[in-house]
Design a protein around this ligand. Structure first.
Ligand code: HEC
Ligand code: HEC
Ligand code: HEC
Ligand code: HEC
Length: 471
């Protein structure tokens, strides 16, 4: 499983980025600070010894500095503009500002966590110190990032989680020793403390995980970490312990993609397999942030493309460019939301999404164009034919009347679409994307245009395909 190669955040220079106070609280109880976190509780903050360890560790981490320029704090005057960006980009799909909703990531500790200027830096590149983060990169402009930072700081000011602990003064040198003894370096590259001298894997798999060790609920030995399992994770591990290690060695690209679609919350923004996206039912909750902006309600249909058939629709090279954030230009410039990048996952996830549909990962193939057929195709897409150009632009040529719905510019299609999908789509768009506003042009194979290519719809779609590839 490729996930076994993932690492926890790199903490070098963490002292430049976050406050010591936040670090103490985080180490005392990561789960209380952020439900859903994968970082285990390693100390018991209910004991004076635990509080001292948290304070020492925090002092040790706060002293880890890489230097770098001092950045100005966010300008509070930009907060209102930042609220608009927060709404427009659909951040609420994954985030909850109040920390009440356990299924979304809380943002209430942002003001007390980040040192001046560091939130903006984080938003511009969330993967900088955590390559496998689930927070995607929105390729924000400086203006967007600084206004978002101002908005998030203002909206979380005074709302930080109160754990109520009184910490003793921390000592960095002792903190380094605590880090080594708690084996922080097992997960965080560069921190002291490698893999503890644990029993051999064979022995681990022979033991009953329900009774003994980190997974057990009944084993209360104080030196064990308290794993912050999510729903079903403990049960999953118990089942795995009985099945043995073999499944970890199976590398199935399709299964990887299925796991990652969940882990990276793709369905927060995308409808998939008949389920609406999370954003569909959450987006209205932030609408007030942008209520003062005129014209937002007058835009064309704002729905995002569903992911149900994406692996059979698009070449994996194109999916990869969308996931890497390198696809230029954006296929749907009319959308207020935007596809954020997940750079560490672009290639394997794109390949996996193709495999889910039984396709080999693929790149655009050169189509040998038949000029006579392409000419017929050109006529079919024009106002003289089906009038596809009312909704679809062609390169610099704008669509003639796309008032309700936007459609991808035909100049992009050859680099995106697989041929099989083109035919399936043309045959019945609403069968592929329920509710699609693209009309259907034939009934079965009987085209509405009986005067062209004997009214054979499939031949007409082939002519359109040839034209698409002749430009
Ligand atoms: C697809 C889900 C998703 C979307 C959309 C998303 N985020 Fe995140 N974000 C996360 C996750 C998950 C984390 C926690 C980091 C991790 O688990 O690796 C996070 C972390 C953060 C953090 C750091 C919080 C902390 O405690 O340090 C900030 C700030 C943040 N996101 C802001 C935003 C903003 C602003 C937007 C909109 C532009 C946004 N996020 C959109 C998933 C998302
Ligand atoms: C089992 C692996 C594991 C161990 C052991 C571990 N951590 Fe973590 N740690 C994580 C993960 C995963 C995250 C990211 C969690 C998240 O974003 O929700 C994290 C996050 C953190 C963060 C927050 C980084 C940020 O910018 O938000 C700090 C600080 C930290 N760990 C310090 C430590 C220290 C100190 C130790 C040893 C006492 C330790 N960790 C042990 C897995 C681990
Ligand atoms: C913050 C919301 C958001 C999240 C989270 C998100 N997407 Fe997207 N995605 C979009 C938007 C908006 C578009 C359309 C972008 C455009 O066409 O300009 C898009 C487009 C795409 C496309 C291209 C589809 C096409 O026909 O052009 C693919 C592939 C894709 N997303 C896959 C994913 C995967 C896989 C994930 C999870 C790893 C994911 N997306 C997470 C918003 C999101
Ligand atoms: C009423 C507007 C409308 C008309 C007219 C229309 N389409 Fe579409 N078309 C759409 C929409 C909407 C989509 C899906 C857009 C999305 O994925 O966001 C689409 C998608 C497509 C795609 C997929 C393109 C890609 O790169 O993702 C092709 C190919 C296509 N249409 C061909 C045609 C052809 C050929 C005609 C004329 C025979 C036509 N369309 C007429 C609205 C229209």
């Amino acid at each position: 499983m490729p996930e076994t190669g993932e690492i926890a955040p790199i903490l070098a220079g963490i002292g430049d980025r976050v406050t010591e106070d936040w670090l103490r609280n985080w180490l005392a109880d990561p789960k209380a600070m952020k439900h859903g976190t994968n970082m285990p509780n390693l100390i018991d903050a209910k004991t004076p010894e635990g509080l001292r360890k948290a304070a020492d560790l925090a002092a040790f981490l706060a002293a880890s500095k890489l230097g770098g320029e001092k950045l100005p704090p966010p300008d509070p005057a930009l907060a209102k503009a930042g609220g608009v960006v927060f709404h427009e980009l659909g951040c609420v799909a994954c985030h909850d500002q109040t920390a009440d909703d356990a299924s979304r990531v809380p943002l209430n500790n942002v003001a007390s966590k980040y040192l001046p200027g560091q939130l903006m830096a984080y938003l511009k590149k969330p993967e900088a110190f955590h390559p496998f983060t689930a927070m995607p990169n929105f390729q924000l402009s400086d203006e967007e990032a600084s206004s978002l930072a101002a908005y998030l700081t203002a909206s979380s000011e005074g709302k930080g989680t109160e754990l109520g602990y009184e910490f003793p003064a921390g000592d960095a040198a002792r903190g380094a020793e605590v880090a080594a003894s708690l084996h922080c370096g097992t997960c965080h590259p560069g921190l002291p403390g490698g893999v503890p001298s644990a029993p051999a894997l064979d022995a681990v798999f022979k033991a009953d995980w329900a009774e003994k060790g980190c997974v057990s609920e009944s084993d209360k030995r104080p030196e064990l970490p308290v794993m912050n399992f999510g729903e079903g994770e403990r049960e999953g591990l118990l089942a795995f312990s009985k099945a043995g290690l073999e499944s970890l060695k199976k590398d199935s690209a399709a299964e990887f993609a299925e796991r990652q679609v969940t882990a990276k919350r793709c369905t927060a923004c995308h409808a998939m397999d008949g389920n609406a996206s999370g954003l569909d039912s959450l987006h209205f909750t932030t609408a007030g942030l942008a209520a003062h902006v005129e014209g937002l309600d007058e835009r064309v249909d704002q729905s995002r493309p569903p992911l149900t058939f994406v692996g059979e629709m698009l070449f994996s090279s194109y999916i990869e460019s969308m996931l890497a954030g390198t696809a230029q230009p954006r296929p749907r410039p009319w959308l207020g939301t935007r596809m954020p990048a997940f750079p560490a996952y672009a290639k394997p996830l794109a390949e996996g999404l193709s495999r889910v549909h039984g396709f080999e990962p693929g790149v655009p193939v050169k189509v040998e164009v038949d000029p006579a057929l392409a000419e017929i195709g050109e006529k079919l897409v024009s106002a003289e034919g089906f009038g596809c150009t009312t909704c679809h632009g062609i390169g610099d040529q704008e669509p003639t009347a796309a008032f309700e719905v936007g459609a991808v510019n035909f100049a992009l299609t050859p680099g995106r679409l697989r041929e099989e999908f083109h035919h399936r789509w043309m045959d019945n768009p609403a069968a592929v994307t329920p509710g699609s506003k693209m009309p259907r042009y034939a009934d079965g194979n009987e085209s509405q245009r009986t005067d062209i290519l004997e009214g054979d719809a499939r031949k007409q779609y082939e002519a359109i395909w040839q034209w698409l590839h002749s430009q």
